[in-house]
Design a protein around this ligand. Structure first.
Ligand code: SF4
Length: 281
């Protein structure tokens, strides 16, 4: 059994949320550079150049990548040989989130009740926490500050097995094109196929964590990712919906076994500010 002080977890969560909000991952920067090469509409090119200036300034810790610093999503991979000491792990994560949003001057965007009075909690709490038990004695923490301009453009559908590959592609391509500029394109789309209703959505969010530089190892899904990407980019939506040939930077698909009668599919829309950060303790 290995003991981990939850105070260390709180400090790491604080650091990760601040860094994620100020420093764009290299793979996203690379894709934005690529987009600058392939974009032919001068207005969309201007926007891509502004996005570049924006992430460079943000890296100097002058201001966050975006004013919407997101709802805090945390993925925990907890080795089964870990024992947490000095408190409850859930409280430690909340402490880390609250400190990050205070010390990092990040906007607090969470309302306590989704329907009644929608009063801001003023702490950006609570976060959404997903936990998975893994082998060994390591703890992996991944944080995603998820802006809702993009989150709102996500969708889930219970397709039937006969809808197949084409049904999935139609569902994603038509939905993403219909979103136009609302999700702050150029986008990154995480796709979850299989599992159950809720698990497809979790897979879609996890797919946003895959490096954009890493092609899918399965030729079938690699081909599907490329077809979806091409069709979305042929739509002409462009950066921020202003028109152009780059509307989407990358499609990432994750799959899981499912029931004989079903084909759950979810896609999680993410904007040009695809932010996440991980550490292993
Ligand atoms: S969708 Fe992304 S870039 Fe647009 S406002 Fe939200 S976080 Fe910012």
């Amino acid at each position: 059994m290995r003991s981990i002080d939850v105070e260390i977890v709180a400090k790491e969560v604080e650091r990760l949320f601040i860094e994620a909000n100020y420093i764009l991952p290299d793979d996203v920067k690379n894709k934005l550079e690529e987009a600058l090469v392939y974009e032919t509409n001068p207005l969309s090119k201007d926007i891509l150049n502004i996005l570049k200036i924006n992430y460079k300034k943000s890296e100097e810790m002058i201001y966050p990548l975006c004013q919407d610093t997101g709802m805090a999503v945390v993925f925990l991979e907890i080795g089964q040989e870990i024992h947490f000491e000095n408190g409850f792990i859930g409280d430690a994560i909340c402490k880390g989130v609250e400190n990050a949003y205070n010390k990092g001057y990040l906007r607090k965007s969470v309302v306590a009740d989704p329907l009644k009075n929608r009063a801001n909690t003023k702490t950006n709490l609570p976060p959404v926490i997903h936990t998975e038990i893994t082998k060994g004695d390591k703890l992996k923490i991944t944080v995603i500050p998820k802006g809702f301009g993009a989150e709102n453009q996500s969708a889930i559908k219970m397709l039937t097995p006969s809808d197949g590959r084409e049904g999935i592609i139609d569902f994603i391509v038509s939905g993403v094109i219909k979103s136009g500029g609302k999700g702050c394109p150029p986008s990154v789309i995480g796709v979850g196929i299989g599992g159950t209703f809720e698990y497809a959505a979790i897979l879609a969010k996890k797919a946003l964590l895959i490096s954009l530089d890493k092609p899918n190892e399965d030729p079938f899904y690699k081909d599907m990712e490329e077809e979806i990407l091409t069709k979305i980019n042929q739509s002409g939506v462009g950066s921020q919906g202003i028109g152009g040939n780059i509307s989407c930077l990358s499609i990432k698909i994750l799959t899981y076994p499912t029931h004989i009668a079903g084909l759950p599919v979810a896609y999680n829309y993410c904007c040009h500010s695809t932010r996440h950060k991980s550490c292993v303790i």
